[in-house]
Design a protein around this ligand. Structure first.
Ligand SMILES: Cc1cc2nc3c(=O)[nH]c(=O)nc-3n(C[C@H](O)[C@H](O)[C@H](O)COP(=O)(O)O)c2cc1C
Length: 172
């Protein structure tokens, strides 16, 4: 007697295939680009590029960003009382590449100034959100950083859009 393989099982992709398809699907999802910055307990500026940024609630104003536990800056964000989210303008997409490069000299040039807490703020950001730490959750290999927005600055500047592993400008 033969047994039919259940349909769902027959079609289920291998874990490797699923991971590839998942990465491709996420690459086809366009997102804005942020650089998130803070200061570590030695007083050094830290930051990383993030597309995992999103708004969580308006009242209170909460935003979240997910940070890989393997990031060199993870320890700083795990302890930080506050941080800054900056929306990257398309004409400064070079900064998003720099802040996504492990070991890069991220703050070496004249692109940042310090806010009242001493954290770096990108002078040319399309928008800046100054956040205080609200809650952190470790999920899988990332930490979800939830920040309460204390202040916002905005400029009229075309944001960078990350799509299919490249930076793009919005078409009108
Ligand atoms: C467009 C883009 C978006 C990224 N988004 C995230 C993200 O949301 N979370 C994250 O942990 N890493 C993200 N990364 C990778 C980090 O920016 C990169 O690993 C960074 O170097 C980590 O910080 P570190 O240099 O302190 O290790 C992204 C990279 C790119 C190019």
């Amino acid at each position: 007697m033969t047994h039919a393989v259940p349909r769902a099982e027959a079609l289920a992709p291998s874990a490797e295939e699923l991971a590839t398809r998942f990465r491709e699907a996420m690459a086809s999802y366009p997102s804005g680009v942020t650089i998130v910055t803070t200061t570590d307990d030695q007083g050094a500026w830290r930051g990383f590029t993030a597309t995992s940024f999103c708004s969580l609630s308006v009242a209170p104003p909460l935003v979240l960003v997910c940070l890989a536990r393997t990031a060199q800056c993870h320890a700083a964000f795990e302890k930080a009382d506050s941080w800054v989210v900056q929306v990257v303008p398309h004409r400064r997409a070079d900064l998003a590449t720099r802040f996504a490069t492990r070991g890069a000299d991220k703050f070496g040039r004249d692109d940042f100034t310090a806010n009242a807490a001493g954290h770096p703020v990108l002078k040319e950001a399309a928008a800046v959100m100054e956040c205080e730490a609200h809650v952190r959750h470790d999920v899988a290999d990332h930490t979800i950083l939830v920040g309460r927005v204390l202040d916002v600055q905005e400029r009229e500047d075309a944001p960078a859009v990350y799509f299919r592993r490249g930076f793009h400008a919005l078409a009108d």
